[in-house]
Ligand binder design. Structure first.
Ligand SMILES: *Cc1c(COP(=O)(O)O)cnc(C)c1O
Length: 384
């Protein structure tokens, strides 16, 4: 996170609400991911924060990308296309995976020219891909346990393991190529056994496919879910990585390409929100602060991501449990019902929230006419 002094300077210069993206932190997170999971290529999940500057920094650091819609695809594609030839690496199969198992016909038709990797998890999707995007490489998304994840994803997507090989063989019969398997253990997974179970389940499907005559798979995509260090209860990434590496080495030969789709892990700690107190009241004996950012805006993760963010003041003073409200007229717009903050904060004083880089500005709305936070990038580097 940027130093407090810098945050205050930026807020003075740009006004609030402000979202500060620290690109040194993006590079550190990417480097940590690669260091602890050396077999795994990171496909950054663009939905966590689709800012083109973030895509650019992660691309330059060596990342590939996971997209789930055509606009997300174009954020990445537009950037790569405009690179000078010497910086453009070979892509697209090794640079983008379209990891939304359900795609509209129109999307598939557009995607076909790029020969992208696409995920699927049902028979209907095979027909659609066959008709509209037969040049794609397929990746079967498996349903895996999401126990203890902050955001559960397994009820919406994923083929049951009993049906998995039938889906692979059906795609093969349709003349499509299934390149491998993917799964998602649930976002902000602190139960590391989810990864162990999912990798074992995938290894079982790999083996069954081979036994039943399909031997063309050469990749495993272990999805997202890698937890951000929101608080001390989250075990270190290297502990998780050690478990994942052990299972991969035990179950998947060296020639299998392993990829992952980290979103939150790469961007959460790279984002800090700065907001301003615009009102103060005492209601039912409780001190309430009103700020110029809220759950319809940068704090949207409170609603959509089931996430909580601490608020901190720059100013010191005797603390008290306060309520913090967002700026809109909706009673849902509550940033915190129990935040320990100095009781002497005044109109114009600033607050900041760390670790808010993922699923925040990405799902901000223009509700009630309040503009989104201004995004400022720090520590960006231009590659020559
Ligand atoms: C959202 C999503 C991700 C990113 O998940 P994180 O928990 O942020 O790492 C990766 N893959 C798919 C298919 C997703 O839907």
């Amino acid at each position: 996170m940027a130093a407090l002094k810098i945050l205050q300077q930026l807020a003075r210069k740009h006004g609030t609400p402000l979202f500060v993206a620290d690109h040194d932190e993006l590079r550190r997170n990417y480097a940590a991911f690669r260091k602890y999971l050396p077999r795994v290529q990171a496909y950054y999940a663009v939905k966590a924060n689709p800012d083109p500057a973030i895509v650019k920094t992660l691309y330059q650091a060596g990342a590939s990308f996971d997209v789930a819609s055509m606009p997300e695809f174009m954020v990445v594609h537009r950037y790569i296309k405009d690179l000078p030839a010497k910086q453009r690496q070979d892509w697209i199969w090794d640079k983008i995976i379209y990891a939304n198992p359900i795609k509209a016909n129109e999307t598939l038709a557009e995607l076909d020219q790029y020969k992208a990797l696409v995920t699927y998890d049902n028979f209907e999707e095979i027909k659609k891909i066959k008709q509209y995007a037969p040049n794609s490489g397929l990746v079967l998304r498996l349903k895996v346990p999401n126990t203890g994840a902050m955001v559960e994803l397994s009820s919406k997507f994923g083929a049951a393991s009993g049906e998995a090989v039938d889906l692979i063989l059906a795609a093969d019969r349709a003349g499509l190529v299934v390149e491998g398997l993917s799964f998602h253990v649930g976002s902000q997974t602190t139960n590391f056994e989810n990864y162990v179970q999912a990798i074992n389940l995938a290894a079982g499907v790999y083996k069954e496919a081979k036994d039943r005559g399909y031997a063309k798979m050469n990749l495993l995509d272990i999805g997202g879910g890698f937890p951000a260090p929101y608080d001390e209860s989250v075990q270190p990434f290297r502990t998780l990585a050690r478990k994942i590496n052990a299972e991969l080495d035990r179950l998947f030969p060296r020639n299998i390409q392993i990829l992952a789709e980290p979103g939150r892990f790469l961007v959460a700690t790279a984002g800090t929100a700065v907001s301003k107190i615009i009102g103060k009241a005492v209601r039912d004996g409780k001190l309430c602060y009103y700020i110029d950012d809220g759950v319809y805006h940068t704090f949207s993760g409170i609603i959509f991501d089931h996430c909580r963010y601490r608020l901190n003041a720059f100013k010191k003073g005797p603390k008290r449990i306060c309520t913090v409200f967002g700026p809109t007229c909706d009673a849902l717009d509550v940033v915190s019902l129990a935040e320990e903050l100095p009781e002497n904060l005044e109109r114009g004083d600033l607050l900041y929230s760390k670790n808010i880089g993922a699923y925040s500005v990405a799902s901000s709305t223009p509700f009630n006419g309040f503009p989104p936070a201004k995004v400022v990038h720090i520590n960006q580097k231009e590659l020559s």
